[in-house]
Design a protein around this ligand. Structure first.
Ligand code: GDP
Length: 303
C-alpha cells in the first residue's frame, strides 16, 4: 500500500502521458512507438533501456498485431520481463544466509542519498527478525554521519562501533567485523564515506576497506549494498555507473521512491547494471524500507 502511494506520481506521470498520446489511435504504428519512447524517457527509464523496450515491442507488434488499447498490457509484460532478468533472486523477507555468521554488509553510496537512514531501517528489520546486529561507523569524513548512526543504534538498540571523525575508515570496518565475530552477531553493517571522487581514489578507498574486512573473515564483505536516491532520476544512474566501476556491487537499495515522479529509474537501473534491487525506501520512518518485489512494483505502476 505504501508502495502504491509512493509510486502514485510516477504512475500518473507515466500512464496519463501515455493515455493522452494514445487518444484516437488504434494501430500501433511508428508514431505510437515514438510517443511511447518519449514517455519512457521522460519517466526516467533511461535511454538504453527505453530503446530496448521499444525494440521488443516493435517485434511483438509485427508478430502479434495488437492494437493501441492493448499497449499498456504489453508494456507491463515487457517491463516485468526486464526486471525479472536482473532480479533473479528476489528475497521474500528480511533474512540472512543460514551458514554465514556474521554476514557482513558494506554499504556504499554518495552522501545524502539516504545511506544512514537505510542502515538504521535495515538494522531495525534484522533486529525485529531476532538477529544480533552490529553497526560500523566507517563514514568518518563527516562528524554528522557518525553521530547519526549512533542515534540509529540507540533507537534500534544495537551497538555502533566508531573511532570518531577523521579516523581511518578501514580501521573502523576492521573493528566492526571483529566485534561482530566476538559477539557472535548475525550481521555487521558498515557505513562508508560516499564521496564521489574521481574513479581511482574511490576504487582504492573501497578496496582498502574490503581488504581489511577480509582479514577478519576471508569472504567478507558478503554483500556490497549500493544506496541510490531514486528521486534524482538520471543522477542515480550515473552514480550506479561510478560505483559499479569502482567496486563489485552485489545489491541495490533505491530510496525516496515515495512522492517522486521518477520511479521509472528503477527499471533502467536494474536493466543496465544487472545488479538486483534488494530494498526500496518509501519514506523517512523506520518502517519505510521494503524488500523489492518486482511483481508488486510493476503492478503498482500499472494499477
Ligand atoms: P546519507 O547522507 O546518505 O546518510 O543520507 P541520510 O540517511 O542522512 O538521509 C538523507 C535524508 O533523506 C534524510 O532527511 C532522510 O530522512 C531522507 N530519506 C532517507 N530515505 C528516505 C526515503 O526512502 N524516503 C524519503 N522521503 N526520505 C528518505
Amino acid at each position: 500500500e505504501k508502495l502504491d502511494q509512493g509510486l502514485e506520481k510516477t504512475k500518473k506521470n507515466f500512464l496519463s502521458k501515455l493515455g493522452k498520446k494514445l487518444v484516437g489511435k488504434s494501430k500501433v504504428d511508428d508514431e505510437v512507438l515514438d510517443d511511447l519512447e518519449e514517455v519512457l524517457i521522460s519517466s526516467d527509464v533511461g535511454v538504453d533501456t527505453t530503446i530496448k523496450i521499444i525494440e521488443r515491442i516493435e517485434e511483438r507488434v509485427k508478430k502479434e498485431k495488437f492494437f493501441a488499447n492493448e499497449l499498456d498490457g504489453i508494456l507491463k509484460d515487457e517491463i516485468a520481463d526486464l526486471l525479472a532478468e536482473s532480479n533473479q533472486d528476489n528475497v521474500e523477507e528480511f533474512d540472512l544466509p543460514k551458514n554465514t555468521k556474521p554476514y557482513v554488509i558494506m554499504v556504499v553510496g554518495v552522501n545524502g542519498v539516504g545511506k544512514t537512514t537505510t542502515i538504521g531501517k535495515l538494522a531495525n528489520q534484522f533486529k525485529l527478525a531476532g538477529k544480533e546486529v552490529v553497526l560500523g561507523a566507517a563514514d568518518t569524513f563527516r562528524a554528522a554521519a557518525v553521530d547519526q548512526l549512533k542515534v540509529w543504534g540507540e533507537r534500534v538498540g544495537v551497538p555502533v562501533i566508531e573511532l570518531g571523525m577523521n579516523k581511518d575508515p578501514a580501521s573502523v570496518a576492521f573493528d566492526a567485523v571483529e566485534k561482530g565475530v566476538e559477539m557472535n552477531a548475525d550481521v555487521v553493517i558498515v557505513d562508508t564515506a560516499g564521496r564521489l571522487q574521481t574513479k581511482v581514489p574511490l576504487m582504492n578507498e573501497l578496496s582498502k576497506i574490503k581488504r581489511v574486512m577480509s582479514k577478519v573473515i576471508p569472504e567478507a564483505p558478503h554483500e556490497v549494498l549500493l544506496v541510490l536516491d531514486g528521486s534524482t532520476g538520471q543522477n542515480a544512474i550515473s552514480q550506479a555507473k561510478a560505483f559499479t566501476e569502482a567496486t563489485e556491487v552485489t545489491a541495490l537499495a533505491i530510496t525516496k521512491l515515495d512522492g517522486t515522479a521518477k520511479g521509472g529509474v528503477v527499471i533502467g537501473i536494474s536493466d543496465q547494471f544487472k545488479v538486483p534491487v534488494k530494498y526500496i525506501g518509501v519514506g523517512e520512518g523506520i518502517e519505510d524500507l521494503q524488500i523489492f518485489n518486482k511483481h508488486e512494483f510493476v503492478d503498482s505502476l500499472f494499477k
